[in-house]
Design a protein around this ligand. Structure first.
Ligand SMILES: O=P(O)(O)OC[C@@H](O)[C@@H](O)c1c[nH]c2ccccc12
Length: 257
């Protein structure tokens, strides 16, 4: 396991203890389906991310207004919004997610490092529809338990993998949305061929496949879409864009044949 991921996970254990002392309100709201949202945006649905900072790229946009950014994403045709809620490493907050919830109608992914059920309850209470589970961060039993818990709460789960072994582990818990992270979490090297290679797995036919990280241009999208991706998860390119509508249009392959 990468040292940055280890550091983040150590930090998360403290957060989990704090969340367990919090009185998290139960919500009646029925979560929206990421699967449907992605399928409606064929050939490729975009999960547009709100990310102020990252360990690999440093500061992207410190003073972003998450609500304004999310509205622009939705208006430009995003299938869903991803909101980073980790503070120590990404400068995100649960409050960002709840503010975005008030502003958009599309599904919201709570982008965090989940190791305990209490984080899923928290995500749901602030209005998230979808959670992320990173296979590399979890033991198989824990992965299955958290997956089943979130599913039981009616939430979709994006199960993130980076290699063949992790992909097998995601398939074995019955994941129906799999994210292939093109970024290696230990070296930070980004390679779109990770998606191209893993997407060839014969058991992915009925699974919604999302290509994550390092997507910059329409050409990049075409590569992963041709390989079998139904959706893409894009952060940096959108956070740095000076014309979100134009960038989204290019990434949605509307202008390419
Ligand atoms: O900014 P990028 O390269 O477009 O990447 C977005 C997203 O894939 C990336 O933020 C990400 C993928 N998996 C994660 C897990 C935790 C935090 C962040 C991530």
């Amino acid at each position: 396991m990468s040292s940055i991921l280890e550091k983040i996970l150590t930090e998360k254990q403290n957060e989990v203890q704090a969340l367990k002392r919090e009185n998290i309100s139960a919500v009646k709201r029925r979560p929206l389906s990421l699967i449907n949202a992605i399928k409606q945006k064929a050939p490729v649905g975009i999960i547009a991310e709100i990310k102020r900072q990252s360990p690999s790229k440093g500061m992207l946009q410190e003073h972003v207004d998450p609500v304004k950014q999310a509205k622009q994403y939705e208006q430009a045709g995003a299938a869903a919004i991803s909101v980073l809620t980790d503070y120590p490493f990404f400068k995100g907050r649960f409050e960002d997610l709840s503010a975005v919830r008030e502003a958009v109608q599309i599904p919201i992914l709570c982008k965090d490092f989940i190791i305990d059920e209490v984080q899923i309850k928290k995500a749901k209470s602030v209005g998230a529809d979808v959670i992320l589970l990173i296979v590399a961060a979890l033991e198989q039993g824990q992965l299955k338990r958290l997956y089943d818990f979130a599913s039981g709460e009616g939430m979709d789960v994006l199960v993130e993998v980076h290699d063949e072994t992790e992909l097998e582990r995601a398939l074995s818990i019955g994941a129906n949305i799999i994210g292939i992270n093109n970024r290696n979490l230990s070296t930070f090297v980004v390679d779109l061929q990770t998606t191209v290679r893993l997407a060839q797995h014969p058991k992915l036919a009925d699974i919604v496949l999302i290509s994550e990280s390092g997507i910059v241009s329409g050409e990049d999208v075409r590569i992963v879409q041709k390989a079998g991706a139904n959706g893409i998860l894009v952060g940096e390119t959108l956070m740095k864009s000076e014309d979100i509508a134009k960038t989204m249009n290019e990434l949605s392959l509307k202008e390419l044949v």
